[in-house]
Design a protein around this ligand. Structure first.
Ligand SMILES: C[S@@+](CC[C@H](N)C(=O)[O-])C[C@H]1O[C@@H](n2cnc3c(N)ncnc32)[C@H](O)[C@@H]1O
Length: 331
């Protein structure tokens, strides 16, 4: 849900720039199609982002397809490959390893040889090496008062935690949010996997912005009252009937992103999602009156994000012009 305060902030922000040319309204709002490492390196300034959420591929060793059927956008969704999540020990991995684990005396250059010792020259190590340089960039561009949420699961989560400790510092680890989503099948051989982890770090020890979110209490004693949301979140995953479903694989619910954005940024702040997929983070940011920057290498993802943002703006501002000047796509 969007509070009236947040909606008011969107409108104030828009009114305050009303005399500017259309193209310059909310200049922070940018959508980039391309490899996020290049975009982060070349396009985003030091300490320019208040909140980062990333939901990278999870090292699942599979390809993801945009499911066939009607999409709102009419983009080709005929089982077209949305993105691959397979990693191989190859020249790029070797090059990145040599670059980051060289002679430096930083934590990362000490950590990477240890991880390679454990994982070997494997797809998992290549995956770790894909993430490492991107985390360095995300650290560079985060403001001192900002925080970062990294979405992962049991497949690589423990390794990613070590990477984040190395890049952001163990003292800046704030918490691990457990997102309980409930959906999906189960196997008789395992405890059913029904949660993801979201690692939360600040840039500066205790320097981050935070506002507690209140949710309905469930205990008999507090029935009818609100309580502060704990660090495990029961938010349903997108099911087949959900209105917000886009058919983009791995799409996350807007409610999950709204909770992160409302608690860890203020209206007018800049929210970045460097693996934005179907644009869930940007939609939530737009609805809550934050500025946003999204990056994805998949053309399907960018097209879908563009369309979702346009519809979100239409809902928020009741615009019927069909023009959405603050959605700029950079290739
Ligand atoms: C797990 S999905 C994100 C889903 C998103 N949270 C949502 O709600 O739709 C990961 C995304 O990262 C993108 N991606 C993978 N590697 C990338 C890279 N190097 N640069 C930019 N995007 C990348 C994929 O195309 C995919 O859309």
């Amino acid at each position: 849900m969007i509070s009236k305060v947040d909606r008011g902030a969107v409108q104030r922000r828009r009114r305050s720039t009303a005399s500017e040319p259309r193209g310059s309204i909310m200049p922070e709002n940018r959508l980039f199609q391309g490899d996020n490492l290049e975009v982060l390196r070349r396009q985003l300034a030091d300490e320019s982002v208040d909140l980062t959420y990333l939901d990278p591929p999870f090292n699942s060793n599979r390809d993801y397809f945009a499911l066939s059927g009607n999409t709102h956008s009419g983009i080709s969704a005929d089982n077209s490959s949305a993105f691959e999540d397979r990693w191989q020990w190859n020249d790029l991995a070797i090059e990145t390893y040599e670059e980051l684990s060289g002679e430096g005396d930083d934590r990362l250059s000490s950590l990477l040889p240890a991880l390679k010792q454990i994982t070997g020259e494997t797809g998992l190590m290549a995956y770790i090496l894909m993430l490492a340089p991107r985390l360095i960039q995300l650290h560079r561009i985060l403001k001192p008062g900002g925080s970062i949420y990294l979405h992962c699961d049991q497949r690589a989560g423990a390794y990613i935690k070590l990477l984040m400790d190395a890049v952001f510092g163990r003292d800046n680890f704030l918490n691990c949010i457990v997102w309980c989503y409930g959906l999906g099948g189960s196997s008789p051989r395992y405890w059913p996997r029904k949660h993801d982890d979201i690692l939360w770090y600040s840039k500066v020890v205790d320097g981050h912005y935070f506002r507690a979110i209140k949710i309905p209490a469930t205990s008999q004693r507090m029935k009818g009252q609100l309580k502060k949301a704990p660090d495990f979140w029961d938010i349903p995953a997108i099911n087949n009937m959900a209105r917000e479903r886009t058919r983009y694989p791995t799409q996350k619910p807007v409610a999950l992103l709204e909770r992160i954005i409302q608690s860890s940024s203020r209206p007018g702040d800049v929210v970045l999602d460097p693996f934005c997929g179907s644009g869930t983070t940007l939609v939530a940011a737009e609805r809550l009156g934050r500025n946003w920057i999204g990056i994805d290498c998949s053309p399907e993802a960018i097209e879908l994000t563009r369309e979702r943002l346009a519809r979100t703006e239409q809902d928020t501002f009741n615009s019927s012009s069909g023009e959405f000047p603050n959605i700029k796509v950079f290739n």
